[in-house]
Design a protein. Structure first.
Length: 79
């Protein structure tokens, strides 16, 4: 289960980390940088939830797969 989420986790953890821990962004959104184990749990839960949503709604979508295959085939034909 977690292995299937590894790519979506890779995609969402960086931008979410910016929201939670980047001083400029976190201060504008939350008034402070979210530090501590409680906030890390919230960050981890957010990453897992968004990764699961990305996996279910986008990465396993058949039309996205067909578009991706067509794009790769088109690019490969140029080489």
């Amino acid at each position: 289960w977690l292995g299937g989420l590894s790519f979506p986790i890779f995609i969402v953890h960086g931008p979410l980390g910016q929201v939670f821990y980047k001083k400029l962004i976190a201060k504008k959104l939350f008034g402070q940088v979210l530090m501590g184990p409680g906030y890390f749990g919230l960050y981890l839960a957010s990453v897992m939830a968004l990764a699961w949503i990305l996996q279910k709604t986008f990465l396993t979508n058949k039309s996205v797969g067909a578009w991706s295959k067509k794009t790769v085939d088109d690019l490969a034909s140029w080489m």
